[in-house]
Design a protein around this ligand. Sequence first.
Ligand code: ZN
Length: 307
Amino acid sequence: MDKLATVEQISKSILRVLALNPGPFTLQGTNTYVVGNGPRRTLIDTGDGAKPEYLALLRQSLGSSRIDQILLTHWHLDHIGGLSKMLSDSSLTTSDCRTFKNRSPTVDGQQSVTEALAVAVGNNRLFDIRDAQEFCLDGVKIKAVFTPGHTEDHMAFTVDEGGGPMLVTGDLILGQGTTIVHDLAPYMDSLQRVLGIRPSALLPGHGPVIRGTGDAVKVIEGYISHRNLRERQILAVLDRRTAGSRRAWSVAEITTEVYSDITDPNIILAAQNNVTLHLQKLLAEDRVVRVGVDDSLWALRGTAASI
Ligand SMILES: [Zn+2]
């Protein structure tokens, strides 16, 4: 894994500043993006706010300019945790800096999220984001793309400097590995949506930038085909027959069949989670049913599955 520079000029108006919060879920840390070249800038995501060194890095990168609007991709604390500190620091933000987040009563009601948003709310400077909303500052056009699935409030943003839309992906797509998904059906729709944009680059919430439309499209298609392959494998297990008839399967049994090469118990748990996500999507699509005494088994719809 290549080591990311803590600060890197990504394009003529986008600077990536690493939030210095490496970890098992954040890879080398959360990427935050400063957009614009003028005295007032946009910041996309704030890191977790735990490292003063990150704020120092951001301050240094801004020089005499200040952040005048902050766009948040989603509620996870490694993306919004730094917000209050930034809004309370006049060496980073303007006094009327606005914060934009797709407001969701379910996730925003969590205590940690309420706390992270408290200063913005207290200043009366927290605003909702709707799909396709535009945020123009300093001549750079930024546009929101509603992309739920990783979380229900997730927003990606396109940034267009005239060379085609670059996509700030949040945690919809990572620079390496695959992301954690909360709800698979909307997640797959979100991938199709951003594929339709044909971005000229992917600027992920974690990991390196993916440059060029060809590679960006390849990565998005890779995410889609990986999930589709898993779905086909799960359906194939459910379709297996013993003495001519199909039977019902538990999540653990399906996981053992589909991920036969995995032995690490933690990874098996993650794999079972994935299988459950797929089954819930298939259930919503009416392609599988829950059976058994406590609905703990799964079978293809319309089959005489026996337990
Ligand atoms: Zn996240």
